[in-house]
Design a protein around this ligand. Structure first.
Ligand SMILES: [Zn+2]
Length: 413
């Protein structure tokens, strides 16, 4: 080869090397997350549903129907699917507020709400429910008391049980003062006493302290996390980041993160929801199964988000949602025979311990899952294909990757 051809080849290699370095540098965050998140040996499905507890009495029947559907199915270890229910512990005591002006609450163990609490405890006893904390209320009471919106003033004074889904979205956030927008942060001391009160209420109502919290509307701050940790909470469910405020339009904002499964701070371990199972919003069993298959390919647990409004606001919608839940459980087991159903707290404890019965340890066994995560990364994967990194990586993964050893774990602790 002539001198000029050598020079040309060296030039091409130099340009290619610079392009590869630029891609790796620009996408180091996404690559780091793909590396950091643990790889699971078998398919995991966690069903989470929020907003249950204090509220409409129609929840009691819906909970019984959900429990009956879940009890029809069992995974290979003989366990039923578990719905991890995030509980709201109180609604406003409207007539008392109307009479005195100050905020008063009706809690979930008050006699008028007894049928809901009984349905929750029945599902616990049947091992189809697991309970976790959502909030004492699904709002910050002083923000509602300060509101001059006639609809909010009326909502706060109506006879219980009120339906929090009817509040303006920004006022459904508990851990900021959204009485004015953009929202203001809450004083740390007020956060601490509110967390202590809600953890004490949960312990009294449920009979054991909460281990998992799901921040209402996913707006919360590090101050709130420190208070949760001090009160004994172990796990925080997230959408992959932390929104710290409501902006001038009332939307979640001030995002911090990203967060991946198993990340930790101040003694708390984070979990990250994968996708949705919300039949009322078109995210039905087929949609959820697609999310499950993608998570399985990536060695990620599939944590699906759901809300009570799929089941309690409309009888026909409730029937459809129950059918979709039944279809989801059946097809998940059919498509992934090795699948295990876990509650959120069980998954959290596996993540925190790094249990090798569940989590792949060897880098060679992790490699094919890491590669799938990059494959699903959107912009990064496009750049990798453009630069030839995808082709080169495929050869390397085929050479060095190993299939993960067959799991021996059957049940969660
Ligand atoms: Zn909620």
């Amino acid at each position: 080869m002539s001198w000029s051809w050598n020079l040309l080849a060296a030039g091409v290699m130099l340009v290619w090397g610079a392009a590869v370095a630029a891609v790796l540098l620009a996408c180091r965050g996404a690559i780091g997350r793909a590396c950091r998140a643990p790889v699971f040996r078998r398919p995991i499905l966690v069903l989470e549903s929020d907003d249950w507890g204090a509220g409409p009495l129609s929840q009691a029947q819906a909970l019984q129907q959900i429990a009956a559907i879940l009890a029809r199915h069992r995974d290979g270890a003989g366990r039923h699917p578990v719905m991890s229910l995030a509980l709201v512990l109180a609604v406003p005591d409207g007539p008392t507020i109307a009479a005195g002006g100050a905020y008063r609450r009706v809690e979930l163990d008050a006699p008028p709400l007894a049928s809901i609490l009984a349905a929750l405890k029945d599902g616990l006893a049947r091992h189809v429910f697991s309970l976790q904390l959502h909030g004492h209320e699904h709002f910050w009471p002083p923000a509602l008391v300060a509101s001059t919106d006639p609809a909010v003033v009326g909502w706060l004074r109506r006879a219980p049980p009120a339906v929090t889904e009817q509040l303006p979205s920004h006022l459904q956030s508990r851990w900021v003062d959204a009485s004015r927008l953009p929202s203001a942060p809450l004083p740390a001391a007020e956060v601490r006493s509110a967390v202590d009160a809600e953890v004490a209420a949960y312990r009294r109502i449920v009979g054991e302290p909460p281990a998992v919290v799901v921040p209402p509307t996913f707006v919360w701050t590090r101050d709130v996390e420190r208070a949760w940790a001090a009160a004994g909470i172990e796990f925080v469910v997230t959408p992959g980041w932390r929104s710290t405020q409501r902006n001038a339009k009332g939307l979640p904002d001030g995002d911090e993160g990203p967060i991946v499964n198993g990340d930790r701070a101040d003694g708390l371990t984070y979990l990250v929801r994968t996708d949705y199972f919300e039949p009322a919003r078109g995210r039905d069993a087929a949609y959820a199964l697609h999310a499950l298959s993608k998570a399985v390919a990536e060695g990620q647990p599939c944590i699906l988000e759901n809300h009570r409004d799929n089941f309690i606001l409309d009888a026909e919608q409730c029937r459809r949602s129950l059918e979709e839940l039944d279809a989801l459980c059946a097809a998940a087991l059919r498509q992934h025979p090795e699948l295990r159903f876990l509650s959120t707290v069980e998954l959290g404890r596996i993540l925190r311990s790094g249990d090798p019965q569940w989590i792949v340890q060897s880098w060679r066994e992790r490699l094919p899952f890491f590669w799938q995560r990059l494959h699903h990364s959107g912009r990064l994967w496009k750049l990798m294909r453009l630069t030839g990194l995808a082709a080169l990586g495929t050869v390397l993964v085929a050479t060095f990757g190993r299939q993960a050893a067959a799991p021996t774990a059957g049940t969660a602790s």
